[in-house]
Write a protein that binds this ligand. Structure first.
Ligand SMILES: *[C@@H]1O[C@H](CO)[C@@H](O)[C@H](O)[C@H]1NC(C)=O
Ligand SMILES: *[C@@H]1O[C@H](CO)[C@@H](O)[C@H](O)[C@H]1NC(C)=O
Ligand SMILES: *[C@@H]1O[C@H](CO)[C@@H](O)[C@H](O)[C@H]1NC(C)=O
Ligand SMILES: *[C@@H]1O[C@H](CO)[C@@H](O)[C@H](O)[C@H]1NC(C)=O
Ligand SMILES: *[C@@H]1O[C@H](CO)[C@@H](O)[C@H](O)[C@H]1NC(C)=O
Ligand SMILES: *[C@@H]1O[C@H](CO)[C@@H](O)[C@H](O)[C@H]1NC(C)=O
Ligand SMILES: *[C@@H]1O[C@H](CO)[C@@H](O)[C@H](O)[C@H]1NC(C)=O
Ligand SMILES: *[C@@H]1O[C@H](CO)[C@@H](O)[C@H](O)[C@H]1NC(C)=O
Ligand SMILES: *[C@@H]1O[C@H](CO)[C@@H](O)[C@H](O)[C@H]1NC(C)=O
Ligand SMILES: *[C@@H]1O[C@H](CO)[C@@H](O)[C@H](O)[C@H]1NC(C)=O
Length: 441
């Protein structure tokens, strides 16, 4: 009980650690924290120029409740909300971040038309803000646009006017569009797009383009239907593809292995089926592979064990079958490994330690799962931060609890057998002595 508690605390710690790592990574990648994707950013360490901000833009900032008593061009600005260029006689805003707006804030057309020098606009945590109408000059000037838990609704008309974007990030904001194509179709220069938890419907484009230089595509948590088209392999710069929590069906296309730059892939929580295609083995730098909670089937390919970069492998809650081909050293090398919830999958106990608690049954000699798989999905994933001293504790814990579940293991069963033989020998001896003493009275 106590060691189980220890284990839970330990995985909680690992989870928190992973989560904060993700957070810091995502904030360092997101356009909102590096507000300007262009290299013309004035460095905050430059000596302040004597020019100050364009008075029209000062008025605009005031209408947006951004304090201007101190020059908004001096870095770091109030909540890093503003960033300026270094033109003269007046400097101009190139980045604006609105955060935690008051519920009665509205962005006036006058304010927006004086802000057309912006290259980056982020709106964070302003859910009741009405969607502003961007003047054409501003819409065309923007390289980066983010709306995180903000704006009541975004339409495809609003988004498709932002033709110069390289970064688009929309999450927790409903998007009304017939599908991703109508949004992406007009953005030739797009490199990174996130439209997540936005109720986005429709299907993935069969024809990609014009933006074939995408590196980051995240449409997680939407209602996208249909299949993953083979033409996705045209996005040859893609490093991250996240389509988790949608309504996708069908198989992973064979051409998928042409995405040679791919590092992170999640197709989790869809209705996809079929095997893991062999072409996946051609992706040299794959770090994160999450296919969990689908209906993928067939056997698990052994080549995954040879993929040197792989750190996170989640294949749980699918219909995989047969003997799991991975050995203990591979599983221990990973930060996360999960194959639980595949009822026809089993592990070979001469290759994989039963201490790992994989959430699948042991194989019999024909390679079929014996009896029912071990219980509890909460224990089914193996999670290790590769610290050695704590894994000793885990192992002790594992052997004691798994010997309870099954008596086929070598060590424990020998002990049990020995004790049983010893006890029956003693009992026999006692009976024999009693009988002996009776008969000789
Ligand atoms: C990619 O996956 C790795 C391993 O799970 C993770 O550490 C990293 O943060 C992910 N990168 C992105 C951009 O999500
Ligand atoms: C502003 O940005 C700088 C550098 O990115 C960061 O160190 C600082 O914490 C930020 N300040 C606020 C209030 O967000
Ligand atoms: C916005 O509000 C959140 C909490 O609601 C707070 O953590 C954050 O610092 C605020 N950000 C700014 C820039 O005011
Ligand atoms: C979504 O857009 C369609 C047409 O583009 C429109 O008919 C419909 O009313 C919009 N829905 C909402 C909730 O705005
Ligand atoms: C996309 O990348 C290719 C080569 O990698 C380059 O020739 C092309 O100009 C890029 N397109 C855009 C729109 O950046
Ligand atoms: C998502 O869209 C459906 C219809 O397509 C609608 O009924 C639902 O209210 C929307 N949810 C949100 C959060 O906008
Ligand atoms: C995909 O998106 C989901 C939800 O937005 C997130 O939890 C998950 O970490 C992402 N996975 C990758 C590989 O980026
Ligand atoms: C996987 O499932 C599909 C139907 O969903 C079936 O046609 C196919 O034969 C299955 N493949 C294997 C290897 O079980
Ligand atoms: C596990 O498999 C890998 C790759 O197939 C191999 O290099 C390694 O020697 C194996 N380890 C053990 C302990 O069998
Ligand atoms: C388990 O592994 C052993 C040793 O490699 C092998 O002899 C045996 O056939 C395997 N059993 C199954 C069911 O694959």
């Amino acid at each position: 009980m106590e060691s189980k508690h220890k284990l839970t605390t330990f995985s909680l710690f690992t989870f928190t650690f992973t989560f904060s790592l993700l957070l810091s990574l995502s904030s360092s990648l997101s356009p909102s924290s590096s507000p300007l994707p262009s290299p013309t950013l004035p460095s905050p360490s430059l000596p302040p120029t004597h020019a100050s901000l364009d008075p029209k833009q000062i008025t605009a900032l005031q209408s947006l409740s951004i304090p201007t008593s101190r020059d908004p061009c001096i870095q770091p600005s109030f909540h890093n909300a503003t960033l300026c260029d270094s033109s003269s006689p007046f400097r101009h805003l190139i980045s604006l971040r609105l955060t935690n707006c008051s519920s009665d804030l509205e962005i006036s057309t006058t304010a927006l038309s004086s802000l057309s020098t912006l290259r980056s606009l982020s709106i964070i945590n302003c859910p009741s803000l009405p969607t502003p109408h961007l003047p054409a000059s501003l819409a065309l000037n923007l390289l980066s646009f983010s709306s995180l838990h903000s704006l009541r609704r975004l339409s495809s008309v609003f988004l498709s006017r932002l033709r110069s974007l390289t970064h688009l990030e929309v999450s927790d904001t409903p998007v009304n569009a017939s599908g991703p194509s109508i949004i992406l179709g007009s953005m030739k220069f797009l490199r990174s797009v996130t439209i997540s938890n936005a109720n986005l419907t429709g299907r993935l484009p069969k024809r990609w383009g014009p933006n074939l230089n995408l590196t980051h595509l995240d449409f997680s948590h939407n209602n996208i239907k249909g299949t993953l088209p083979g033409s996705i392999s045209l996005l040859s710069d893609l490093e991250l593809l996240n389509l988790s929590s949608n309504a996708l069906s069908g198989a992973i296309p064979d051409s998928f292995g042409e995405l040679l730059m791919l590092k992170n892939l999640s197709l989790s929580s869809n209705s996809m089926s079929g095997p893991i295609p062999d072409s996946i083995s051609e992706i040299p730098g794959l770090v994160h592979l999450d296919l969990s909670s689908n209906q993928f089937n067939g056997t698990l390919p052994k080549f995954l064990e040879k993929m040197k970069s792989l750190k996170y492998l989640n294949l749980g809650n699918n219909n995989f079958n047969g003997v799991m081909p991975f050995n203990t050293s591979f599983i221990k090398r990973l930060v996360l490994f999960n194959v639980g919830g595949n009822t026809d999958l089993c592990y070979n106990h001469s290759i994989v330690s039963s201490k790992l608690k994989l959430g699948i049954a042991r194989c019999d000699k024909d390679g079929l799962p014996v009896s029912s798989p071990p219980d509890s999905s909460s224990d089914s994933s193996y999670d290790d931060d590769s610290s050695d001293d704590s894994s000793d504790d885990d192992d002790d814990d594992g052997s004691s609890s798994s010997s309870r579940k099954s008596d086929h293991h070598h060590g424990p069963s020998r002990i049990v057998l020995g004790v049983a033989i010893g006890l029956s020998a003693i009992a026999f001896l006692i009976v024999f002595l009693v009988l002996l003493s009776k008969c000789c009275k």
